[in-house]
Design a binder for this molecule. Structure first.
Ligand code: FAD
Ligand code: UDP
Length: 370
């Protein structure tokens, strides 16, 4: 008899498996349809011996000391600050848009103060910032919006930014200084030996059994367990009773090229050219030295593995209906990016899982006080 059946061995499932087993001595079965642990953060060495992220670039960053310290029990870190260039008007310029972006794009020599004035002169102030278009146009005006955001967003989401919640493009700030880091979080680092090694360390507890290449629906009636933690898509759990929640997918085209360096930074975004959105060169993320280099192209897709919940009001309304079903389903806890239909980064999923763990611990303690 397992105490918990955990569906999904990504961050959400693995954090809960680790906490419940190591802190409360619970017996866990963690199950995943894929042939590996780690969920979308899975990394592995390819045929050339280069460490790659199978499901696209995963850069760890957080402001949460609790999350960073928690994960530090399972990995050492390599300091890494992420930098991205965007291919615009035949140049590679920094994104997030900053002082250098504007000076290079327009051949200017503005100071930060002058850039603020420039943004103020081109911005289209909005009374209410509701959409992903509003966020950008309100700050930097329509021309820069069209150069950097409109087409990238249409490619990635197959929706015009004017129909997408503001939270999507709000992920990318605008700066008037020369800071060219993609993230400004307090903790920015990559697991020294990769994500998969970190997940192995989390799950290597005698109370945790792992079952791969198995859909939970294949075994749910045959393996006894007390409670379930579910981290797959919430609409799938309820057999799409209210219809499918939209997810955006990607096709990853991995390539290894026979030279040590392919591009000047880890990621180059292509808002206006090509069918792919961005190209990532993994050696920048991992620090690996190798005479060859591996890259990945991301092609947005409607069909395929569900990678991105699509933040817009009608989808949130549909999710709320599923959430109400989830709340009424006793003995099952819904956690993670797919089960709570939230465009969460890794650290947010870890934080959410740690919060659920604390709630479960309270319930367990009430059940059998020490
Ligand atoms: P997942 O990792 O998706 O794990 C869920 C698991 O459940 C999957 O392994 C799935 O196979 C399994 N599952 C689903 N249904 C079933 C079933 N029926 N039976 C059994 N198993 C099932 N975050 C960052 O912080 N930084 C980044 O740079 C970053 N880059 C990203 C790039 C891309 C292309 C994508 C798609 C995401 C990125 N993220 C990034 C987000 C990050 O991937 C997620 O926040 C995190 O992986 C979510 O963890 P999770 O456990 O909720 O879900
Ligand atoms: N975005 C854009 N141009 C860019 C970078 C981002 O239009 O050069 C928009 C796009 O809609 C994207 C969103 O901002 O989906 C969030 O970008 P982020 O890099 O955070 O995406 P993720 O890494 O989660 O795919």
């Amino acid at each position: 008899m397992f105490d918990y059946l955990i569906v999904g061995a990504g961050f959400a499932g693995s954090v809960l498996a680790e906490r419940l087993a190591s802190q409360l001595g619970k017996k866990i079965l963690i199950i995943d349809t894929r042939s590996h642990i780690g969920g979308n953060a899975y990394d592995c060495y390819n045929e050339a011996g280069i460490l790659i992220h199978r499901y696209g670039p995963h850069i760890f960053h957080t402001n949460s000391r609790e999350v960073f310290e928690y994960l530090s029990q399972f990995t050492q870190w390599r300091s890494y600050e992420h930098r991205v260039l965007a291919s615009v008007d035949g140049q590679l310029v920094p994104i997030p848009i900053n002082l250098d972006t504007i000076n290079r794009l327009y051949g200017l020599h503005l100071t930060s103060f002058q850039l603020e004035e420039f943004f103020a002169s081109v911005a289209e102030p909005k009374e209410r910032i509701l959409t992903s278009e509003d966020v950008v146009v309100n700050k930097v005006g329509r021309e820069l919006y069209e150069k950097f955001f409109r087409n990238y967003t249409r490619k990635q989401w197959d929706i015009d930014p004017s129909e997408l919640d503001r939270s999507v493009t709000a992920r990318v700030p605008t700066r008037t200084n020369r800071d060219n880091r993609y993230f400004t979080d307090t903790y920015q680092a990559m697991p020294l030996h990769g994500y998969t090694r970190m997940f192995e360390n989390m799950l290597s507890h005698p109370n945790i059994k792992i079952m791969l290449q198995t859909d939970y629906r294949e075994i749910v009636g045959t393996i006894p367990y007390r409670e379930m933690i579910y981290t797959g898509p919430i609409d799938l759990f309820f057999d799409y009773r209210y219809g499918k929640l939209p997810y955006r997918s990607l096709e990853f085209q991995h390539e290894t090229v026979n030279m040590p360096v392919h591009q000047p930074v880890a990621v180059v975004n292509y808002p206006n050219e090509h069918l792919y959105t961005r190209v990532t060169e993994f050696k920048y993320l991992t620090g690996q030295e190798h005479p060859k280099t591996s890259i990945v192209y991301e092609y947005p897709r409607a069909e395929g593995d569900p990678y991105y919940p699509v933040p817009r009001s009608e989808n949130t309304a549909l999710y709320k209906k599923y959430q109400a079903l989830a709340d009424a389903t006793s003995g099952v806890h819904f956690v993670g990016r797919l089960a709570t239909y939230k465009y969460y980064n890794m650290d947010q999923v870890v934080a959410q899982a740690l919060t659920i763990y604390k709630k479960l611990r309270e319930t367990e303690n009430r059940r059998s006080p020490e």
